[in-house]
Design a protein around this ligand. Structure first.
Ligand code: ZN
Length: 179
């Protein structure tokens, strides 16, 4: 995997016209808005973004992420290693109106002249991170600080569509109601 950094801003029209392909590593400090979820020192995300046009001449970007992140187990509060592999297609549109006209399997991305690749990757990463994650065999009583070793765990369905994230959110709001 390439260890070069991901460029930040690119010209939208040029990228689409040339079918530009960008890849690189996004580090934790480049994604400050996820700092509450992810340890910035342990977060490295391999990103590949390919621009182009689809069959109907729509401007699109295909975003692929490959990352290993450390989340917090919601049962024992210990570190939990979680692998993320996601791929999504973003429809690049100038505004909300065009966003509504996109096919259902496209995520809208509003951009006019420039595209911020860091922001794009951060958004996809945010969608791919499970809201609630537990160790596979976590039997910890609710005492924090016991999990010093990092175990791999299953998170609530590795999300590759916004709908599975939504499902996770709904589950969580149900949990909250019970408390
Ligand atoms: Zn745990």
């Amino acid at each position: 995997m390439s260890a070069s950094p991901l460029p930040q801003c690119v010209n939208l029209r040029k990228a689409v016209t040339h079918g530009a392909h960008y890849s690189g590593v996004l580090s934790g400090e480049q994604i400050p808005r996820l700092a509450s979820l992810l340890d910035p020192d342990k977060t490295r995300v391999n990103v590949a973004i390919r621009f182009g046009r689809d069959d109907e001449d729509r401007s699109v970007a295909e975003v692929s992420l490959d990352a290993s992140v450390v989340l917090v187990c919601q049962r024992c509060l210990g570190p939990l290693k979680h692998a993320i592999n996601s791929r999504s297609v973003l429809g690049l549109v100038p505004g909300d109106e065009q966003a509504r006209a996109l096919p259902a399997d496209y995520e809208p991305w509003i951009a006019i002249e420039e595209v911020d690749l860091w922001e794009m990757a951060a958004e996809e990463l945010a969608l791919a991170i499970p809201v609630v994650a537990y160790h596979d065999n976590c039997e910890a009583p609710l005492s924090p600080g016991t999990g010093s070793e990092i175990e791999t765990g299953t998170a609530a369905e590795s999300a590759d569509s916004p709908f599975s994230v939504l499902a996770t959110l709904l589950e969580r709001s149900d949990d909250n109601k019970e408390k």
